[in-house]
Design a protein around this ligand. Structure first.
Ligand SMILES: Nc1nc2c(c(=O)[nH]1)N[C@H]1C(S)=C(S)[C@@H](COP(=O)(O)O)O[C@H]1N2
Ligand SMILES: [Mo]
Length: 534
């Protein structure tokens, strides 16, 4: 009788790792216990060299876009989660193969060896989880015990299964072998049935109890539900098909470093202020909300946003100017920078001088009139005008005054240090269905889109059709000087295929960069073109 080898080990590894994932998932959804596959994935994403991660993100974004998904950010998150689970399963298969290969050569008890193997794996996974320096609601000791216990059971089952497979086949008579074959097959069927049941139950129940964490907001609570925008009377109207000028909260993109959100309890959360201050202090979210609020309409863009992309959105940010807070924190004279650290292990530095010269830099606690959604940084995030999102931490937990600058999470990984927003413009629609007859009897096709240059504003947008002259587009008065500008251009209709190209100038009159560059490291540039048959 042959001893079970690496192929059997791989098969059993798969059969036992699937329910392990399902039970982890269920306990994560029910009690917020650690979900090992996501921890491992996030850890891998953090230790990989910057260029590899960048390549991964770029490929993911372009794949998603080429497949035609409409919500890049959401789809990317789901893809990451699926990859995390797949990687964990593959690791489990490899682990099963390794264990069985070792057990073949070992005279010791397979059960005991399996338990030891499981615990070793559990400890590794535990350390990986702790190294992410994330804040969780669950007691870390409980989380640790849970991980070790789960892997112990998994290892024990691997060892026990190995024993079952080896059976008591000590003599090698042929009939005995065939009986063993049948026994093995029966056992395998039973094992498969049991593990499949646990996997399905865990996955189904886990997904049903979902939504516990995600705050959902009634639409009528939103500021935008009962207020008009400051530019409501603007006479240039968006061309139908242009993206919404004020992004519905439910459609705002979301980008962050982890497969899952940090869990923050607003009641126990504190903003910890330390470092080069006279005396470290803590603030509650209530204390921060008591200051006179500052409302700013802001367009936020991700540096990974391709041209034309949807990793950009506009809403109304509410918070308190850091110029109000800083004097009360007792910064020492040599403090030049603030290191802002988040619950998910993210951080960035902001210059004190920038804060003291720009009252718009603020700590923000509400979007569109409601407390920040979990995914957008509850309870506190920062707003810094004119820089990409990568410079603006969500889920802020601590602010440390320092006497030097330090590279932030993405800067360490090779992204732009300044992260200044590039001037960009996008054609959202060539609205052939909206064609109309102009004053001189000409048929006109409205073309529309957005242009954005951070807080520098947009002074001019121009459209070129085929190789024609550049024509000035009409600019709609923006919601604020920090938001994108909606533009429209009325194209004198000509049948046939045409290429439309757009370019814009920022507030200082500087023309948008024509050269095509990828998002990494400074943000994507190029003039956007689209070809269409009219
Ligand atoms: N704590 C934390 N803050 C973060 C990030 C993150 O991963 N963690 N991502 C940044 C990036 S890259 C962007 S583009 C914006 C996105 O904000 P949003 O998800 O609310 O749209 O958050 C920024 N702040
Ligand atoms: Mo970003």
């Amino acid at each position: 009788m042959k001893k079970p080898g690496i192929f059997t080990g791989a098969l059993i590894g798969a059969l036992l790792t699937a329910p392990l994932i399902a039970v982890f998932y269920l306990a994560w959804k029910l009690f917020g216990l650690p979900f090992a596959p996501f921890n491992i994935f996030d850890w891998v994403a953090r230790i990989l060299p910057g260029p590899v991660v960048t390549f991964g993100i770029d490929s993911l974004v372009s794949t998603i876009r080429s497949l035609g998904f409409t919500d890049t950010a959401e789809t990317a998150k789901t893809a990451e989660q699926l990859m995390a689970v797949a990687i964990f399963l593959i690791a489990g298969i490899v682990a099963g193969a390794i264990l069985f290969a070792v057990l073949c050569r070992l005279k010791k008890s397979a059960l005991r060896a399996g338990i030891i193997f499981g615990v070793i794996n559990g400890v590794i996974v535990l350390i990986i989880g702790l190294s992410l320096a994330r804040t969780t609601n669950v007691n870390p000791i409980l989380g640790g015990v849970w991980i070790i216990a789960m892997f112990l059971v998994w290892g024990a089952l691997l060892g026990w299964t190995y024993n079952r497979f080896r059976g008591n086949a000590t003599n090698d008579k042929a009939e005995k072998d065939s009986v063993e074959q049948v026994n093995r097959r029966n056992f395998l069927i039973k094992l498969g049935g049991a593990t499949a049941s646990v996997t399905v139950i865990g996955a189904v129940v886990g997904s049903l109890v979902g939504g516990r964490r995600e705050t959902s907001v009634a639409t009528n609570e939103l500021w935008s539900a009962s207020n008009i925008l400051p530019n409501a009377g603007a006479d240039v109207l968006p061309v139908p098909g242009t993206r919404p000028e004020f992004t519905p909260l439910s459609e705002h993109y979301r980008i962050d470093i982890n497969t899952t959100l940090p869990t923050i309890n607003g009641e126990t959360w504190r903003l910890n202020i330390g470092g080069l201050v006279e005396k470290p202090l803590q603030m509650t979210i209530e204390q921060i909300r008591r200051y006179e609020p500052l409302h700013q309409f802001v367009t936020l863009e991700c540096i990974s946003n391709p041209i034309p992309g949807d990793l950009i959105g506009t809403t109304r940010w509410t918070g308190v100017s850091l110029q109000k807070l800083l004097p009360e924190w007792g910064l020492k004279p040599n403090a030049t920078h603030l290191k802002i650290s988040s619950a998910d292990g993210f951080w960035e530095t902001a210059a004190v001088e920038k804060i003291m010269t720009d009252p718009r830099v603020m700590l923000c606690y509400a979007w569109d009139g409601v407390p920040l959604l979990d995914k957008h940084g509850f309870p506190l995030r920062i707003y810094i005008p004119d820089v990409y999102g990568m410079n603006q931490p969500k889920w802020i937990e601590s602010i440390e005054a320092m006497d030097h600058w330090e590279p932030g999470y993405w800067v360490v990984r090779g992204w732009s240090r300044e992260a200044q927003i590039d001037t960009t413009s996008i054609i959202d629609t060539v609205a052939i269905g909206e064609k109309f007859t102009g004053v001189n009897g000409q048929t006109l096709v409205p073309v529309g889109g957005i242009a954005f240059a951070g807080a520098r504003g947009i002074s001019k947008v121009e459209v070129q059709v085929d190789e024609g002259e550049w024509q000035a587009a009409q600019l709609r008065a923006p919601i604020s000087e920090k938001t994108w500008v909606v533009w429209r251009y009325e194209f004198p209709f000509q049948q046939g295929e045409h290429t439309f190209t757009v370019r814009s100038y920022d507030g200082s009159g500087t023309l948008q960069i024509r050269e095509q560059t990828p998002p990494h490291p400074d943000g994507a540039t190029s003039w956007h073109s689209t070809k269409i048959s009219l």
